[in-house]
Write a protein that binds this ligand. Structure first.
Ligand SMILES: [Zn+2]
Length: 252
């Protein structure tokens, strides 16, 4: 199984990183992609790939950090992106829910990362919150191609999912799928199996029954199990399919 979106570079894991990775492996999660949010975490994510097997990195600037975007930072990101263990650009996108960065900065950072994805041929990892229409406008114009975009922590409805299916973008699910009031199971049911990815977004969004606690890659099987239950298929099948999808999405 694969955790396609983790933040093991965050201070939350400083005290027990090796144990956290060991627990993931023991749980059958043999690949983890640490997603970059700024220059510091991009560098740390790459460092981790040298220390541990099965770890990969993405280089990006989170929409919350978009006000720090500069040409220099973009150049640095491009250097990171050329590292063989860097398998994606992101996370990027638009977040008009928190609005931690001005919209103008968010657009600028996002559009630059879309171009970087095109230039490097890497897959783009998207964070979209309260900004689907706006994000879609940029993605449609950019037209990165089939299976080159991942909608991380997919939280939209069926209409938006259909648009993603049409483009053959991947949709990635985490602990939010297990929340009792989640409408995501209805979305999952309409998806082609070969576009579904699993992630934790750890340390955030731990699945039930760990909800509210620190999330970690070892909980990926809970998400796989939930997907299997929703789709009426076996856990083993979902584990295999989502791992194959991650292999295609990120070349891992
Ligand atoms: Zn994230």
């Amino acid at each position: 199984m694969v955790d396609t979106h983790a933040h093991l570079t965050f201070p939350d894991f400083q005290a027990d990183l090796s144990e956290t990775i060991a627990r993931a492996k023991a749980a059958g999660v043999d690949k983890i992609i640490n997603i970059g949010t700024d220059s510091e975490h991009n560098a740390k994510a790459i460092e981790l790939t040298k220390k541990y097997d099965g770890l990969f990195a993405a280089a990006g600037l989170h929409p919350h950090e978009a006000q720090h975007f500069s040409d220099e930072l973009l150049q640095k990101m491009e250097e990171f992106a050329r590292h063989p263990k860097v398998v994606a650009i992101g996370e990027t996108g638009l977040d008009f829910y928190r609005n931690y960065a001005p919209a103008e900065s968010q657009y600028r950072a996002f559009e630059a990362q879309v171009e970087l994805a095109r230039k490097t041929g890497k897959t783009l990892v998207m964070h979209i919150r309260a900004a689907f229409k706006e994000s879609w406008g940029v993605l449609e114009k950019a037209d990165l191609g089939e299976e080159k975009v991942v909608l991380h922590c997919f939280g939209e409805g069926i209409e938006e999912a259909k648009k993603a299916i049409e483009k053959r973008y991947f949709l990635s699910f985490n602990g939010t799928l297990t929340f009792p009031k989640s409408t995501l199971p209805e979305v999952v049911k309409i998806l082609p199996l070969d576009l579904i990815l699993t992630e934790t977004d750890c340390p955030y969004l731990a699945p039930v029954p760990h909800r509210g606690k620190r999330n970690e890659p070892a909980y990926i099987p809970v998400v796989v199990e939930k997907l299997a239950a929703v789709l009426g298929r076996s856990k083993e099948e979902l584990a295999e399919v989502t791992a194959t999808n991650a292999a295609r999405a990120f070349g891992i």
